[in-house]
Design a protein around this ligand. Structure first.
Ligand SMILES: *[C@@H]1O[C@H](CO)[C@@H](O)[C@H](O)[C@H]1NC(C)=O
Length: 596
C-alpha cells in the first residue's frame, strides 16, 4: 500500500504547489518561455508536442514542466523553449536557433501550415497562441519571401521565423503579452534541404492594469453575458414556477380529496365507505412498493447518479469560489479527487436503496456500484487513448498516469464506496413503506397510447432539455472552441433549475402513470428524465456537424466518446433525481390511503 500512498500524496502535493511561482520579477531575472502543444486550429483536442514538428530548440537544455494529474490527462507538456528572455531587457532580432530541414521536414511543415496548425506557449502562466505559417497566393504576394516563385500560381506555404513578444508589465509583474509572428519564408517543395534561422524580439511596455485582472482579456464578456443568456435563465425560471405549481396542485388535490373523504366517513355508514372513491392510483397500494425488477442495476445507477449530482454541485461551487478557470487543468485535477472523495455517497445511497427493497446480495451490489462509472470512463478513455497513441498525439495518456488513476480507484474510491455501503445498509436499509405488498401482482390494464411507458419516457426528456438548451450552447462553444468558460454562476443556476424541472416532470408523469393503474413506476421514474441525455447527445451530433469544423478520426472519436460519457453521467444523475423525488411523492400520497 505504501507506494500508492506516496503516489497519491505526491499528486496532492503537485496540486498544492501548482502555484510555485509568485509571479514577481526583478529586473534581469530570467523569464521562462514554455512551449506547450501544437495542432490544427479547428480540432482543439487534437494536440501534439511542439517539438514533434522539426522546430529547433534554443541553447538551454530541454527541461519539462512538472505536471499535475489534470495537465497530464489533458495532454499538456510544457517544454522550455530556450528562448532567452530576461525581465525588462528588450531584445531586437536576436537569433534563437537554426534549423536544417530535410525534404521530409519541409513536407511536414507544409502539411502543418496547410492545415492551419497553431501552437500554444506559456509565459508566467499566461497562454499565448501563434501560427506556424500561412498560405499565400504567389502572384499577389511576390515581394514577400523568395522572389523566384513558381509559374503555376498555386498557393504556397510560408513559415513564420520571427516572433515578436510585446509584454506589458506593471512594476514587478507581467500583465499581458502579445505575440506577433512575422518574417514568413517560403517553403519550396522541391528543395532537398533548407536552413531556417529563427529569431525573436522582446519589447517591454509599462502598463497600469492590475495584476489580478490580467486574465480578463481572455474572457469574452460580450458573448457570455449576452442578453440571450439572461433571457434563457429567466424563461427556465418561469418554467420552474409553472411546474412546481402543477406539482403543488396535484399534491393538494389528492390530499384534499383524502381529507374530505375522512370527514364524510365520520358521518356516513359502512355502505358509503365500501363504495368510496377508490379508483386510479389508490387501487395500487398493494403493488407500488413491490421490489422493482433488476433491483441491483437500478440501485447502482441511483448510487452513481447521486454521487455525480453531489460532485457536480461541489465542483461548480468550488470553481466559483476558487476562480479555478484561470489555472491550467486545475478543474480536472480537482474533479478527479472530489470524485474519489464523494464515492461514499454512491455506496450509501445504492446500498440503502438495495437493502430497503429487499436485495440480499449486497457485496455484488457494492462491486457494481463502485465499478459502473469508472468502468464506463475506462472504456471510453481507453478507446480514445488508443486512437491518440495511433496519432502520436500529446493527448495519449502515459502508463504512469493510468497507474495513478488505478491507484486512486483501488485505494480511495473502492474503500469509500464500501464504507458508504456498510453505513447505508445498516442505518438506512430497513424497509419502512407505508403499505404492505400484495402477494400477487395486479394486472396492468390496457391504456391510451400516450400513457405507454415508452411514450412517456420519450416525452419526459423534452422539458428538462429545454431548460438547459441555451446553457449547453455556451458550454459547448467554450469547450470545443477557444473561449474560456467563466460564468459558473450561470451554470450553477441552470443546474439547480434542471434538477427542479426533472423532479417535477417525473412526479407529474408518475402521477398519470399510477392513475392509469400501472404500478411499474420505479424504472419509469428513473427513465423519464434520464431520456434528457439522449436529447443532449442528438444536440451534440447536430452541433458537431453544423457549428464546428472538426475533422479527422481522432477529433471525432474524442468528441463523440467524451460527449457520450457526459450523457451517460447525465442519464444517471437525472434518473436518480427523478426517482428520488418520485419516491418521496409516492410515499407521501400512499401514507393517507386507508387499507380496509
Ligand atoms: C496587445 O494587443 C491589444 C490588442 O491589439 C492592445 O490593446 C494591447 O495594448 C497590446 N498590449 C501590449 C502590451 O502591447
Amino acid at each position: 500500500m505504501k507506494p500508492a500512498c506516496l503516489l497519491v500524496a505526491g499528486i496532492l502535493l503537485a496540486i498544492a504547489s501548482a502555484d510555485e511561482h509568485n509571479h514577481v520579477y526583478e529586473p534581469n531575472e530570467e523569464v521562462v518561455v514554455w512551449m506547450n502543444t501544437i495542432g490544427p486550429m479547428n480540432n482543439w483536442q487534437e494536440t501534439y508536442d511542439y517539438y514533434q514538428l522539426p522546430f529547433c530548440h534554443g541553447d538551454s537544455p530541454v527541461q519539462h514542466h512538472h505536471e499535475t494529474l489534470g495537465e497530464a490527462l489533458q495532454g499538456m507538456d510544457l517544454i522550455n523553449s530556450g528562448i532567452p528572455m530576461s525581465y525588462l531587457v528588450p531584445a531586437r532580432d536576436e537569433p534563437i536557433c537554426t534549423a536544417t530541414l530535410q525534404h521530409r521536414d519541409i513536407d511536414l511543415f507544409r502539411y502543418a501550415i496547410a492545415n492551419k496548425y497553431w501552437y500554444q506557449m506559456f509565459i508566467d502562466d499566461l497562454p499565448l497562441w501563434g501560427r506556424v505559417g500561412r498560405m499565400v497566393d504567389n502572384e499577389i504576394d511576390s515581394e514577400q519571401g523568395n522572389a523566384d516563385t513558381d509559374d503555376d500560381g498555386a498557393p504556397a506555404e510560408y513559415i513564420y521565423t520571427h516572433k515578436i513578444f510585446t509584454i506589458g508589465y506593471n512594476e514587478d509583474r507581467i500583465i499581458e503579452i502579445n505575440l506577433t509572428d512575422s518574417n514568413p519564408i517560403r517553403l519550396d517543395p522541391s528543395a532537398s534541404s533548407v536552413e531556417l534561422e529563427f529569431s525573436y524580439s522582446v519589447e517591454w511596455v509599462p502598463q497600469d492594469k492590475d495584476f489580478k485582472d490580467r486574465f480578463n482579456r481572455f474572457l469574452d464578456a460580450d458573448f457570455f453575458e449576452h442578453k440571450v443568456h439572461w433571457f434563457s435563465i429567466l424563461s427556465s425560471f418561469m418554467m420552474v414556477l409553472f411546474l412546481t405549481g402543477l406539482v403543488a396542485i396535484i399534491l393538494l388535490r389528492t390530499i384534499k380529496r383524502d381529507f374530505t373523504r375522512y370527514d364524510k366517513e365520520d358521518g356516513l355508514g359502512d355502505f358509503d365507505r365500501d363504495i368510496g372513491e377508490d379508483y386510479g392510483w389508490k387501487q395500487l397500494h398493494g403493488d407500488v412498493f413491490r421490489q422493482p425488477p433488476k433491483l441491483m442495476l437500478l440501485s447502482s445507477l441511483i448510487g452513481v447518479g447521486n454521487q455525480l449530482m453531489i460532485l457536480s454541485a461541489v465542483v461548480i461551487l468550488y470553481t466559483i469560489v476558487g476562480d479555478l478557470y484561470v489555472e491550467r487543468a486545475t478543474i480536472l485535477t480537482a474533479t478527479i479527487f472530489l470524485y474519489a472523495l464523494t464515492s461514499g455517497v454512491a455506496g450509501y445511497t445504492s446500498a440503502s436503496y438495495y437493502a430497503k427493497n429487499g436485495g440480499k446480495d449486497w457485496i455484488r451490489n457494492v462491486m457494481l456500484t463502485a465499478s459502473l462509472w469508472p468502468g464506463a470512463v475506462a472504456s471510453v478513455g481507453g478507446f480514445v487513448n488508443a486512437v491518440a497513441i495511433y496519432y502520436s498525439s500529446s493527448r495519449a495518456i502515459a502508463f504512469s498516469v493510468i497507474l495513478a488513476m488505478l491507484a486512486i480507484w483501488v485505494f480511495l474510491c473502492f474503500p469509500l464506496t464500501l464504507l458508504g455501503a456498510i453505513v447505508g445498509k445498516n442505518w438506512a436499509g430497513q424497509p419502512d413503506f407505508p403499505c404492505r405488498v400484495n402477494p400477487i401482482p395486479r394486472p396492468i390494464p390496457e391504456k391510451l397510447w400516450y400513457f405507454e411507458p415508452l411514450v412517456v419516457i420519450a416525452l419526459g426528456g423534452i422539458l428538462p432539455f429545454g431548460s438547459i438548451f441555451i446553457e449547453m450552447y455556451f458550454i459547448f462553444t467554450s469547450f470545443w472552441t477557444y473561449k474560456i468558460y467563466y460564468v459558473y454562476g450561470f451554470m450553477f443556476l441552470v443546474f439547480g433549475i434542471l434538477l427542479i424541472v426533472t423532479a417535477c416532470v417525473t412526479i407529474v408523469s408518475t402521477y398519470f402513470l399510477l392513475n392509469s393503474e400501472d404500478h411499474r413506476w420505479h424504472w419509469m421514474s428513473f427513465l423519464t428524465c434520464a431520456s434528457t441525455s439522449a436529447y443532449i447527445y442528438i444536440y451534440a451530433t447536430y452541433y458537431f456537424f453544423s457549428r464546428t469544423r472538426m475533422t479527422g478520426l481522432f477529433q471525432a472519436s474524442f468528441y463523440f466518446g467524451y460527449t457520450g460519457l457526459v450523457c451517460l453521467g447525465m442519464f444517471c444523475l437525472l434518473g436518480a433525481v427523478g426517482h428520488w423525488a418520485t419516491s418521496q411523492f409516492v410515499r407521501k400520497i400512499y401514507q393517507n390511503v386507508k387499507i380496509d
